[in-house]
Design a protein around this ligand. Sequence first.
Ligand SMILES: [Zn+2]
Length: 163
Amino acid sequence: MDCIFCSIINGKIPARKVYEDDEVLAFLDIRPLNPGHTLIIPKKHYRWVWDIEDIGHFYEKIQLIANGIRKAMNTEWVVSLIFGESVEHAHVWLIPRFKDDGHGDSINLKSIKQISDKDLDDIAEAIKNEINNLGNKSKKEPIIMSNDNQEYQEYEDKEEYIP
Ligand SMILES: [Zn+2]
């Protein structure tokens, strides 16, 4: 198969990975529109994001990865783009934005940044670490929800929940 993303999943083409599980892979874009520009793809080859069977899991991980990027790149502002063009394997872009980052009101697709290999390695490492921190936290810490006067706790991992 000559799909470039499938080749990255198979390990035939190297990539700076920031997140990986059985279904999802995220890695830095080789033509970054900003430092921290990340691609998220399903490991199974789907043509369109709208075809992904477990899109709930996919977007849950996109949320986690976006929040990891926010921490690592020290910005609240992370935009998401889905074109579905150029590579015919479903993918979502997460691009952190910064003040005076050369884009203006919206992303300028021609504003590709020159970033050294060393800096890209460091960025990938920082995002990966923040994602791991967030991932571990969500497993351990209860989500506190309040409903009128009644307060209760709900655990992410239901199997660990002891009433
Ligand atoms: Zn593919």
